[in-house]
Each structure stands twice: as C-alpha cells, then as structure tokens.
Design a protein around this ligand. Sequence first.
Ligand SMILES: NC(=O)c1ccc[n+]([C@@H]2O[C@H](COP(=O)([O-])OP(=O)(O)OC[C@H]3O[C@@H](n4cnc5c(N)ncnc54)[C@H](O)[C@@H]3O)[C@@H](O)[C@H]2O)c1
Length: 327
Amino acid sequence: MTTLITGGAGYIGSITSRLIRSTGRAVVVLDTLENGHRKAVGDAPFVQGDIADTELVERVCREHQVDEVVHFAAYKAVGESMENPAKYFQNNVTGSQKLFDALSRVGVNRVVFSSTAGIYGTPEVVPVTEQAEPRCESVYAETKLMIEKTLQWYSRTTNMRHVSLRYFNAAGAATDGTLGEDWRFSQNLIPHVMKAVMGASPALTVFGNDFPTPDGTGVRDYIHVEDLATAHVAALEYLRNNGDSVTCNVGTGFGTSVMEIIHATERVTGKNVPYTVAGRRAGDPAECYADTQRIQQLFGWSPTRSLDDIIASAFAWHSSHPLGHDS
Ligand SMILES: NC(=O)c1ccc[n+]([C@@H]2O[C@H](COP(=O)([O-])OP(=O)(O)OC[C@H]3O[C@@H](n4cnc5c(N)ncnc54)[C@H](O)[C@@H]3O)[C@@H](O)[C@H]2O)c1
C-alpha cells in the first residue's frame, strides 16, 4: 500500500516523503510544482497535478493503491493571503474539500494534515495548548482552521480519521545537505538570518526589540524540519493502529528569541550577523511556543535536534543552494 503525499515537492513535504520511503512504505507525490521543485521529489513516483482535480486524485489513489495521505499542498504566505484572500480560500479550503471528497469516494480514510500554530494568533498563555481558543490573525491561518474543522466533520460523519499537526516554526534543512527551503521565496526568519550572515542581503531586519520578553525581541518555537518529518511518520503509525482523530502541536516546547538566533548563528558559523532594528509588525505576538504534552503522550514523539543543528543545516544548505533546487 502507498502513502499519497500532496505538496511533496515542497520544503517540508520533500523531506517527509524521503523519510516515509526510508521506513519501507511506497509513496506517490502529487504536486502542481507551482511552489515546489521536481528535483526535490528525487526518484519517488511523481504526478504533476492539482489536489482539486478529483478525477486525477481518484485515479492516482486507485493506480497506486493509496491507503493514507499526508496533505501538505497549500499556499502559505501570510502577507499574500491578506492581499488576495480568494486565492487562499480557493486553493487551501476548496482544494482540500475536493481532495477529501475524492479520498472518501475511493475509500482512503487516514489523513495527516499540515496545520499551523498561526491559528493561535497572539496566545493568552504560553506554552500554548491545543485547547487554546483559535484567534486567527490572517486569512492563511483561517484557511488552516477551516480545513481542520472540515476534517473534524468528516470524522464525525464518515470513516475518515485524521491527525492535524499544528506546526510551530519549521526550520533548518536535511542533514545531508540535499533538501531545504528556497530563501528567494521564504518569509521565515532563519533564511533571512542566513542571507545576512552570508552577505546575500545587507542586513537582517529585526522587527521590534521592545516586546515584553527577556531581550525585547519576539520569541518563537523553532522545530527542525527533520523532527517535523518524524512527527508525520509517528502520526501515520498512530492512525494505522486505529488511533482516533486528533489535533496536536508540533514544536520543541520552548521559545527562542530573535537575538538568541542571531547569537547562535554567529557562534555556529563564526561569522557576524549584521542587523538593523525596525518597529513591530502588526499582529506579531511577543511569544508563541508549544505545549507538546499531547503529541509526546499519544505518539511517543519528541524532537531530537537542537537549535545549533537547525542553524548548521540551514547554513550548509543555503551556502550550496543560493537558488534553491535551481542551483
Ligand atoms: N514552513 C512552515 O514554517 C509551515 C508552518 C506551518 C504550516 N505549514 C504548512 O505546511 C505545508 C508545507 O509547507 P512548506 O513550507 O513545505 O510549503 P511549500 O510551499 O514549500 O510546499 C507546498 C507545496 O504544495 C504545492 N501545492 C500548492 N497548492 C497545490 C495544489 N492545489 N495541488 C497540488 N500541489 C499544490 C506547491 O507547489 C508546493 O510544492 C503547507 O500546507 C504549509 O501551510 C508550513
């Protein structure tokens, strides 16, 4: 039997796909390649196409004997989602609904879904638990919450079971240096720090140094992309063992400030990180990091990579791939 991986040509999907294959499972990757790269798929079976193409999804499931899905395919740029909400509702929400509909028709009943800690917005309490009231501050986050809810209704009304994984800040690259994020399109902090330390940008902009945090800069939970990948393997295993539908945070459980990232980068790379300070961005919480008790208890999962591992792997990847997989 085969694991269908939607969005498997992207950053997290490609690294997870490779890990799932290494466990002995067959996979098939479905990706439009709009924001992914054919090279990232390697020699895994690949179909270029859209999750909203229900006929294609049904055919791929039948031909590859798919019995479970990891659903990464989505748009993820928060700023763009505020400028063009229709694009996000259409691709993320309508696309996912069509995907789940097609999966139901062919009897594929196990889904692991890429959700986001963004649905917590500015949490009242940290570490934030899965019970915290969602407070989406972007269209992007709202689309993820809508997909979580869609899956919850499928669980109540059909045989479909799911794990929604609320990722905190995915970071780093594959340890062997072959897969990673394309910094030309990334909005994330670590690729911006890497550009600054390698001289590919004049300086890093630090948005706000007057937050109520120990050093005044924003605090987030950075989770190594390979740890994130192992969480998907654990979630698939949980569903195969008849686990009930559940939503889980995936993070390290502790927060790291922007200044701590800068200092760690200087220590790991031996180079100076030039930076300037600008005002806070609207909607940026002071602190957001995960309570990870649920995922630890249910799946026995916990991360094993350190912040230094994140920085070392990102530095190696971006040094050798300044144009992502086009390098
Ligand atoms: N990167 C993060 O920090 C982060 C944090 C939280 C959640 N997520 C979620 O994790 C998932 C993967 O993120 P990523 O960083 O790997 O993003 P990515 O953009 O690198 O990968 C997404 C992939 O999905 C593909 N895709 C988009 N729409 C599609 C469609 N309709 N049909 C088929 N393929 C489609 C893209 O071509 C791309 O290859 C996304 O759903 C994202 O929202 C990411």
